[in-house]
Design a protein. Structure first.
Length: 543
């Protein structure tokens, strides 16, 4: 039988919408209520930009505000202003700089309704997911507001010759930090990263994504109210390929959060100038549900881990490895919870998930899902766009039967899509979780704490959460957070998150005798003296 005579393949029925819509409360605010001309004028006061650009809300695609757009010359001017102000700011005692962060902490919590509206309008996320940003920024402000003086205080070290050599380690600010912030967490990944730079005495020139610039501008306005000198914090807006390289070209240190591809370009630009760089990049994060896990708790945790901010979170889960003995029960409960998630766009609590942020994200999500289903994967939940809610809504999606040739298996989706894989051996699960070029975050579910810690230690990721998806590790601001492998360089939070914004300076004060022949010794006598001294120091266990 020829191909032309072959019976037609059965048509695959299109998935139907299943997720309910969250009802909008009466009297809810609109974009026009929030983004007023007075607000835009206040937030853009002092922002350098000789051109004009605009941002839009993903809920409808409508324009939110006209904003100043920077040219390369404008970026250079912003760095000049920041550099002129940085010296005086660095001379302010560290405790007074830290007090600015503590005042900012209180202002953010007191004014959170304002910024929650902006975050929702600019990113399309549900309000509870926007509140995660408020929490994270408040935690970072409190942590560095309290701990910066101890992180930055001069430290004494044992010198080359004990008692004769007094050594002090100082921490000097790098100067002007260039920060390139992404669109997905416009409060936390902009000002949240800038806070340790400020408290360590630096100025910052920040380039946020234009589509989420109002949130970053709001944070700048609040920091100035808290006591930060306005010139110390410059914001420049514009197209990434135009403004981003200019920020890298002028900065004394570069902080970047975004895609791995762009991160490599940023690293190359910084390396050419021999300036430091920290990068938080992509992830294809795995969650391991072991045979002894509480299935109901794991299913509920997977909803949070996979679909917060519509999956547009570097540390969210995109791969679920579930022990075969509980896989069917887990998938059933996980799917039921996923299908019950309420979608919505109201500027109020109540929706479980919001919108994707842009057309590119929607295209990637649709491509990954359609290709996987066409190649044999099973659509367990979701898999359908929801234009009835807005141009960029897509239902939370679970895929089963995903195999290596499918793009969703290895590529970062960065959307509300997760694939389920079954395993029978924990070593196999660990190997499969590690079999990626990424290494940002992971999750392990088990009732046995010792077992969970053992598995966690074998995962090649910067953070691992036991019996949760991502929030405990990220929210623990005293501990470092960042990626291994292609997920980045450097860390935010903790001592590493602030010391990266400083240069270590060693000051050695030699007293009484020089580190050279003295007291009538010739070179040979001095060499013998030093040899004996080194042996004695070892015997006395002195460094």
């Amino acid at each position: 039988m020829t191909d032309s005579q072959a019976p037609a393949a059965p048509l695959r029925s299109a998935p139907q919408p299943t997720n309910p819509v969250a009802p909008a409360p009466a009297g809810v605010r609109t974009a026009a209520d929030v983004v007023t001309p007075d607000l835009v004028a206040r937030l853009t006061r002092g922002v350098i930009g000789s051109g004009r650009t605009a941002n839009h809300t993903p809920f409808t695609g409508d324009k939110l505000a006209d904003l100043p757009e920077a040219t390369p010359e404008d970026v250079a001017e912003a760095f000049e202003r920041a550099r002129a102000a940085q010296g005086a700011w660095a001379a302010v005692p560290v405790r007074r700089r830290a007090a600015v962060l503590l005042r900012f902490h209180d202002l953010v919590l007191d004014r959170q309704a304002e910024v929650l509206d902006l975050i929702q309008l600019e990113t399309g996320k549900a309000r509870l997911h926007a509140h995660e940003e408020v929490q994270a920024v408040a935690v970072a402000a409190r942590h560095y507001g309290r701990k910066a003086p101890s992180y930055l205080r001069p430290k004494g070290h044992t010198g080359a010759m004990p008692t004769l050599t007094k050594v002090t380690e100082l921490r000097q600010p790098r100067g002007v930090v260039g920060q390139i912030a992404p669109w997905n967490y416009p409060l936390e990944l902009s000002v949240g990263d800038a806070l340790p730079a400020f408290v360590s005495g630096n100025a910052v020139v920040m380039k946020p994504d234009t589509e989420t610039a109002l949130t970053a501008l709001w944070a700048r306005d609040l920091l100035i109210e808290a006591g930060l000198p306005a010139e110390v914090f410059q914001i420049v807006l514009g197209e990434g390929p135009v403004v981003g390289p200019e920020v890298v070209r002028h900065a004394d240190y570069v902080s970047f959060t975004g895609s791995t591809r762009t991160g490599r370009e940023v690293a190359q630009g910084a390396a050419a100038r021999l300036v430091g760089v920290s990068l938080e990049l992509g992830g294809k994060n795995a969650m391991l549900v072991l045979a002894d896990a509480d299935v109901e708790k794991a299913a509920a945790g997977a909803v949070r881990a996979c679909f917060s901010s519509a999956g547009q979170l570097c540390i969210s889960i995109e791969r679920l490895y579930v022990h075969a003995s509980i896989a069917d029960e887990f998938v059933e409960r996980f799917a039921a919870r996923t299908k019950a998630m309420r979608l919505g766009s109201a500027l109020a609590y109540g929706a479980d998930m919001g919108s994707l942020v842009g057309e590119r994200q929607l295209e990637t999500v649709q491509r990954h899902v359609d290709e996987a289903v066409a190649k044999g994967a099973t659509l367990v939940a979701g898999g359908v766009a929801r234009p009835d809610l807005g141009p960029l809504f897509y239902e939370p999606t679970i895929l089963d039967g995903v195999e290596a040739p499918m793009a969703v298996c290895a590529e970062e989706t960065f959307g509300p899509v997760v694939s389920v894989y079954r395993f029978t051996d924990e070593d196999e699960a660990v190997d499969r979780a590690n079999a990626t070029s990424y290494g940002l975050n992971a999750s392990v579910w088990t009732k046995d704490a010792r077992r969970g810690h053992s598995v966690a230690a074998r995962l090649r990721t910067g953070t691992v959460n036991i019996n949760d998806g991502y929030a405990p590790a990220y929210g623990s601001a005293q501990a470092p957070m960042g990626g291994m492998k292609d997920s980045g360089l450097g860390r935010r939070h903790g001592s590493e998150g602030i010391l990266k914004y400083t240069e270590a300076q060693t000051v050695a004060h030699q007293r009484l005798l020089p580190m050279a022949p003295s007291l009538g010794m010739d070179d040979a006598q001095y060499a013998r003296f030093m040899t004996r001294s080194l042996k004695v120091l070892k015997a006395l266990r002195l460094r």
